[in-house]
Design a protein around this ligand. Structure first.
Ligand code: NAD
Length: 487
């Protein structure tokens, strides 16, 4: 039986505005449920319009203080925050598991990756500047200044709050912006602790505000006149609502959205290396990861062998208690996700896909939690729902192909373009395919985290803009051009 979190071990307050922690708010409450037990943990207060207004006002007061802070001091605040994330990693990981039920063996990377991102971006604080522009005709000096936007609204999903906050806040803060974060009501706990650590690190009160809430709070924030830029991570459906709110004040928007990323396995691939990661698409976060390789395209000569290896690997997965370090596969987020995912499984069967593993909700000791068996479908039709739509759950679609051209065409024949994966021992083919795939991030013969210096983002339905590296910093800066007559 999976232990339910002790309510006494949860943060009593859920909102952080300026330096004030609030335990009640005007947006009502949300009964947060621990996905592994299906039982409530607490009634979490939700931000309403009143708290969104207060958080934006606090951020507007803090913005000039943070942007005006000497660069070395801003850098040192971010370095201190990185160290605090590491020192408080155990607590952040514990809260993250309660937030969304994702297994501790995956969550353990969150605070450390966020700390690395802060350290990388801290290095930019004293390198952000501008350019000198050639002038002609006449004697003049023309130069640019890269300036922060002011106040950035940050909307994150539930599937990795600490990681998501690291991805967005590290560059946005390094660039000199103040922030209002709206975590989802489904995962409110770790984000609040992240905000408290920002205060402990010496960021001026109001530089980072945390206001958990649902769609109403999100709409109030993204349509607010006091917001200068929006960073949204979530689904394409919500992105369209955000764009509708943002048009009110023509607020610029950066979007990190979903994916249906193809993993192409050629018949010259190192199948032992591939086999270790072949189930990544459905094991990572129980399939609830934007970049997961959820569409496996396998060259026909090795198709049967790959299917055999995948079904054997599914049987060896340890499924269950997310707090147990040995568990690799946990529950999905909530009962609505169970209904949605089981619906897609049923429709895949009806579409003629061949179920080779899983396909059921787990019972027994796990019956109260939101556990769905790791599921694999073979012979999935290329234009079917399972091949084209994001499941955001543990369901892998496997499709055969014959030629490289066919594989690339199938991989690109989707509305998404977040990631692409290539498995081959042929160097020329690897480069050829990496160039041909229409996606923001390509992995060849492996699948690891993204270095802080690398740009991350998608094309098409997968998003607009980039986080990470110099592109990520640039996302949160806008250039001002200055021309001065010298004659
Ligand atoms: P979602 O779009 O339902 O919600 C995301 C956030 O938007 C939540 O905080 C939610 O409360 C808020 N929201 C909902 N309606 C809103 C509105 N009208 N106005 C403003 N905010 C609103 O997505 P989700 O279910 O939380 O996350 C899953 C999706 O996120 C998947 O599609 C996944 O691929 C994507 N995702 C993308 C990345 C990436 O970096 N590209 C990372 C993680 C998740």
């Amino acid at each position: 039986m999976i232990a339910h979190p002790d309510p006494a071990s949860l943060p009593r307050r859920a909102l952080l505005i300026g330096d004030q922690r609030l335990d009640s708010a005007s947006g009502g409450t949300h009964t947060h449920v621990y996905p592994a037990t299906g039982k409530p943990t607490a009634d979490v207060p939700l931000a309403g319009v009143q708290e969104i207004d207060a958080a934006v006002a606090a951020a507007r007061r803090a913005a000039p203080l943070w942007a005006g802070m000497p660069r070395d001091q801003r850098r040192d605040c971010l370095i201190r925050l990185a160290h605090l994330l590491r020192e408080n990693a155990d607590e952040l990981i514990r809260l993250s598991v309660i937030d969304n039920g994702i297994v501790v063996s995956t969550q353990q990377y969150g605070p450390h990756v966020a700390a690395d991102l802060l350290l990388y971006n801290a290095g930019w604080t004293d390198k952000i500047g501008g350019d000198v522009i050639a002038t002609w005709p006449g004697d003049a000096l023309d130069y640019t200044l890269d300036e922060p936007y002011g106040v950035v609204a940050v909307i994150i999903p539930w599937n990795g709050p600490v990681y998501a906050l690291g991805m967005v806040l590290a560059p946005a803060l390094a660039a000199g912006n103040a922030i209002v974060v709206k975590p989802p009501e489904l995962a409110p706990y770790a984000a609040l602790r992240f905000g408290e650590l920002c205060l402990e690190a010496g960021l001026p009160a109001g530089t980072v505000n945390i206001v958990p809430g649902g769609p109403e709070a999100g709409a109030a924030l993204t349509g607010h006149a006091g917001i200068d830029k929006i960073s949204f991570t979530g689904s394409g459906t919500t992105a369209r609502h955000i764009l509708a709110s943002a048009q009110k004040h023509l607020t610029p928007v950066q979007l990190e959205l979903g994916g249906k990323s193809a993993s192409i396995v050629f018949d010259d691939a190192d199948l032992d290396a591939f086999a270790r990661l072949g189930l990544a698409g459905i094991v990572n976060n129980s399939g609830q990861g934007c970049i997961n390789p959820t569409r496996l395209l396998v060259q026909r000569g090795i198709y049967a062998q790959v299917l055999e290896r995948l079904s054997a690997a599914v049987g060896a997965l340890s499924v269950g208690d997310p707090t147990d370090p040995a568990t690799v596969f946990g529950p999905v987020i909530d009962d609505r996700a169970v209904t949605r995912i089981m619906g897609m499984i049923d429709r895949a069967k009806a579409d003629g896909a061949r179920l080779i593993a899983g396909g059921e909700r787990l019972g027994g000791d796990l019956a109260d939690g939101y556990f769905i068996q790791p599921t694999i479908f073979a012979d999935v039709a290329h234009m079917s729902e399972l091949s084209q739509c994001e499941v955001f759950g543990p369901v892998l679609a496997v499709l055969p192909f014959d030629t490289e051209e066919e594989a690339i065409a199938m991989a690109n024949d989707t509305e998404f373009g977040l990631a692409g994966y290539i498995w081959t021992e042929n160097l020329k083919r690897a480069h050829r395919c990496a160039r041909a795939l229409v996606a923001g991030n390509i992995w060849v013969n492996g699948f690891t985290g993204i270095p802080g210096a690398a740009p991350f983002g998608g094309v098409g339905e997968s998003g607009v803009g980039r986080l990470g590296g110099r592109h990520g910093i640039q996302e949160f800066l806008r250039p001002k051009n200055i021309w001065i007559a010298l004659d």
